[in-house]
Design a protein around this ligand. Structure first.
Ligand SMILES: *Cc1c(COP(=O)(O)O)cnc(C)c1O
Length: 451
């Protein structure tokens, strides 16, 4: 069988313009090991975005492979509807022990979007159950936020190109400004703004508290929105407003959870304890689709009582045994002594390596947080004028990077660095260097004087 042809004939690729795809000869991955992907021609590539952010321990990790094989010799799946399951119970216990103290109950599903749907539906229903006369029917979300592609998650999404067309199918939410310092929505300067955008969000929360079922936020980094790193203290101010006004805070840690930002969970940077937390991507270290939404005892208790208080929601593969077993093994690795320190050491190296990008005439901003970085490309650094979207600058750099043995994926014209935590230091250097060369090939190298 001609596999490449089968792909072109039969697969509709996600988030992909299929006209480009048919012209493009993207690598056909047939194997992987550690931080490396291997294609059908035997070429090896650094997995520069951890297989879309979900494989921080790399591929074919011996401990994860062993955990999966061991579980496979027992059973692959049973249901949590009416039955308990050994690996799911162990995983729930581990999740409660490593997440903020307030979170005591785990609801399993199978991807980041469903983890968000669960958070939204539980909190909506929580207020139906506890405030029968109440008017709470909406959520507050942020410009440039991304929470998944199902309709509830799209309703709280704030990325125009992805979300705007679906308006008629989605529910109304309040939208607060994005903490996007490089393109400040309030036209202020970071050193003098006093976090005015957080105050604006706090004001919206206060004014609409009696209508809000929750505030949903990506802690520390709005990832899909362009690796937009929040200033210190921003999240604490949002959390403070939620607390003062009795509005639950949902932390969507799907992209940033499990060490990516240098802390186990990104809300720890600001000392924030959310009322709900969504986890997926790195939960199984990219081995299997599995997600979890954690809640407080208070929220859970509202659903306990007569039959009608039941949370009528649950996916077929909820708490899947293979996924849970591999997630337990992944968490054992994430929580090993010195593991976060290693991430932070690599993070320092990464941000140092990215310094040279700042001197390129098309680099507007370089944003780093832990082992995650975004390099925003613009047509003109003085005016911050973006490239014409049709030019597909980010995409062209991705294609060029393959020649240098790099797999990466931009967010529009923001180049993304999300390497696996297991990447050796010299390979991290090769990753940054390869993307640099690809960028210079597409946009030209900076003149010698600016270096
Ligand atoms: C990726 C992502 C999601 C959606 O997860 P899927 O598994 O792709 O459905 C939700 N929230 C955030 C912050 C994400 O980065």
């Amino acid at each position: 069988m001609d596999v490449r042809q089968a792909d072109k004939d039969f697969i509709w690729h996600p988030f992909t313009q299929m006209k480009e795809w048919h012209k493009d000869s993207a690598p056909l991955i047939v194997a992987a090991e550690g931080h490396t992907l291997i294609d059908a021609d035997g070429r090896r590539y650094i997995d520069g975005v951890s297989s879309l952010w979900c494989a921080p321990l790399g591929h074919r990790h011996p401990e994860l492979d062993a955990a999966l094989t061991k579980q496979l010799s027992r059973f692959a799946h049973s249901t949590l509807l009416g039955l308990a399951s050994e690996p799911a119970a162990k995983l729930a216990q581990k999740l409660v022990s490593i997440t903020p103290k307030k979170l005591t109950k785990v609801f399993f599903s199978d991807n980041g979007s469903t983890a968000v749907e669960v958070a939204l539906k539980v909190l909506f229903r929580y207020f139906r159950l506890t405030e029968p006369q109440g008017r709470r029917t909406t959520f507050l979300s942020f410009q440039n936020g991304y929470h998944g592609d199902t309709l509830g998650a799209v309703s709280v999404g704030g990325i125009e190109v992805f979300h705007q067309d679906f308006g008629p199918l989605t529910f109304r939410t309040l939208r607060a400004p994005s903490p996007y310092c490089y393109h400040c929505p309030l036209n202020l300067k970071r050193n003098t703004c006093g976090l005015a955008c957080a105050d604006k969000a706090a004001e919206l929360i206060e004014q609409n508290a009696d209508q809000l079922c929750g505030v949903i936020v990506e802690p520390k980094v709005q990832a899909a929105g362009g690796m937009i790193v929040q200033p210190d203290g921003w999240l604490a101010r949002i959390a403070g407003a939620c607390e003062r006004n009795g509005v639950p805070l949902i932390a969507d840690e799907v992209a940033v959870g499990f060490g990516r930002t240098g802390r186990m969970f990104a809300c720890e940077h600001d000392g924030v304890e959310p009322d709900a937390m969504c986890l997926a991507k790195a939960l199984t270290a990219g081995y299997l689709p599995l997600a979890a939404t954690l809640f407080t005892q208070t929220v859970f208790n509202a659903f306990v009582g007569d039959y009608r208080r039941t949370f009528f929601h649950g996916h077929t593969f909820t708490g899947n045994a293979l996924g849970s077993a591999v997630a337990c093994a992944a968490i054992d690795i994430y929580t090993k002594r010195g593991f976060l320190e290693r991430i932070n050491r690599l993070a320092t190296l990464l941000s140092g390596l990215l310094e040279r990008f700042r001197r390129h005439p098309n680099v507007g901003d370089v944003r780093c947080c832990g082992l995650l970085a975004g390099v925003e490309l613009v047509r003109d650094v003085k005016t911050k004028e973006p490239f014409d979207q049709q030019q597909r600058v980010g995409h062209k750099i991705t294609v060029a990077a393959r020649k240098f043995g790099i797999i990466t994926r931009p967010l529009g014209d923001v180049l993304v660095f999300m390497p696996p935590y297991v990447i050796p230091e010299d390979e991290l250097e090769r990753l940054v260097d390869g993307v640099w060369k690809a960028m210079c090939e597409v946009l030209g190298a900076p003149s010698v004087t600016s270096l």
